[in-house]
Design a protein around this ligand. Structure first.
Ligand code: APR
Ligand code: PHB
Length: 390
């Protein structure tokens, strides 16, 4: 097989790039290890920066997002029994976010690839990358007993944190930065009306909690749990009872509970791999960087990588200008690290750190008081939450 750009990974990053390049007449093949059903079965976050929403519209698959997504102009931070609203629209100079599930977004991207007869090959095994700095870059994969070769100009590693692409970069070249947090998030999805029209981020001595939503009939809640906990340790009843303990009284009173339709624990990690380019290979999304979900940056950071790669590829194929490709790693990392900083800050501000020294606890409390005493501090939170410019 032969293509211009071989994309490893059929998650939101890989599909978005494939769709955008297709619209510019640039050929791609997407190789995905899992089935489509499996990929669409993953429950992930759902807060989109305005820049990401724009990219979905440019990719001609923003229709359902704009119909079913909710524009949110604010978030609520609950602490010490009170609730304080952050007016994102006011403090970001008029921007907002779109609440629309990543699962739905990925479904829209798949349907757009189908409409355009895009090549997305599922259930590929043993993907390997070859000649990354050679003259004939290519990818091989196994389908049953057959080994298939895909010759290409460029390889995109959009295969997530556990993918093969990043691991194909020599250790002498790749530098990894990591921070592991001493807790995870237990998430629960329920077919119940959301407790609040806007997201509530709750700081509580028993641990963090988040009230989010997918629609007016589908809610998503999270509580901070020790890393040693398992889903089996948490019945639905225990989850709801603990969530109520961590929310202001009036919110807890109006919380509608119900059976979980999905329940899972995600560890919290900050991770960045540098550089994001090695020869003909370009990393994008979770393959290169992970953030704790507190700042809702994961998907949005992936989107900014795709934005830079898309424009760099178009300039290369249409104008023979490779400067965008040459600057991709530096440009993408500059924005990635800002998302890392914001996610670390939100996580540090709102979670309960076991065994944190009393001085650090005082600082955390002061950080929260400063936030709500300063328009500049609120402005900083708002501009990062709605999305920094690409
Ligand atoms: N070969 C082919 N496909 C692979 C391989 C492999 N060796 N390894 C992983 N994959 C596939 C996975 O099955 C997955 O579908 O790559 C895809 C990577 O998708 P994501 O993990 O969703 O990563 P990305 O597309 O970058 O999206 C980032 O996902 O995890 C969230 O918070 C994160 O929102 C962010 C978004
Ligand atoms: C979610 O809706 O799943 C969600 C929202 C905001 C976050 C994290 C997750 O910060």
């Amino acid at each position: 097989m032969k293509t211009s750009v071989c994309i490893i990974g059929g998650g939101p990053s890989g599909l978005m790039l494939s769709q955008l390049l297709h619209l510019k007449g640039i050929d791609t093949i997407v190789l995905e290890r899992q089935s489509r059903e499996y990929v669409l079965g993953r429950i992930r976050a759902g807060v989109l920066e305005h820049g990401f929403a724009e990219l979905m519209r440019e990719a001609e698959c923003g229709e359902r997002m704009d119909q079913e997504g909710e524009i949110h102009d604010g978030i609520i931070i609950a602490h010490d029994g009170e609730q304080q609203r952050v007016d994102l629209n006011k403090y970001s100079g008029g921007s907002s976010v779109l609440v629309y599930g990543q699962t739905e977004l990925t479904r829209d991207l798949y349907e757009a690839r189908d409409r355009m007869k895009g090549v997305v090959i599922h259930n590929v095994e043993d993907v390997q990358l070859h000649e990354l700095v050679g003259t004939k870059p290519h990818v091989t994969y196994r389908k049953g007993d057959e080994i298939i070769r895909v010759d290409c100009d460029f390889i995109i590693g959009a295969d997530g944190f556990h993918g093969v692409s990043r691991k194909s970069i020599p250790k002498t070249v790749l530098k990894e930065y990591e921070k592991i947090y001493p807790f995870g998030w237990l998430g629960l999805l329920s077919r119940t009306p959301p407790v609040s029209p806007e997201l509530i981020y709750a700081k509580h001595e028993r641990g963090f909690a988040l009230c989010s939503l997918r629609s007016q009939v589908l809610s998503r809640y999270y509580i901070q749990v020790p890393l040693t906990d398992t889903v089996e340790d948490w019945s639905d009843e225990a989850f709801w009872a603990e969530l109520k303990r961590r929310l202001p009284q009036d919110v807890a009173t109006r919380l509608v509970t119900g059976p979980s339709i999905e329940k899972s624990i995600a560890p919290l990690r900050s991770f960045v791999a540098e550089p994001m380019r090695y020869g003909h290979l370009f990393l994008a999304g979770d393959a290169a960087h992970i953030v704790p979900p507190t700042g809702a940056r994961g998907l949005n950071s992936a989107a900014s990588d795709i934005y830079y790669l898309y424009h760099a590829m178009v300039a290369h194929y249409q104008q023979g200008d490779s400067s965008g490709l040459d600057n991709y790693s530096a440009k993408a990392l500059a924005r990635v690290w800002k998302a890392q900083r914001f996610s670390w800050w939100m996580t540090t501000l709102l979670h309960t750190f076991p065994d944190s020294p009393s001085y650090d606890q005082k600082l955390q409390q002061t950080d929260l008081e400063y936030l709500f005493s300063s328009d500049q501090a609120l402005g900083s939170l708002a501009e990062n939450y709605v999305g920094l410019p690409f």
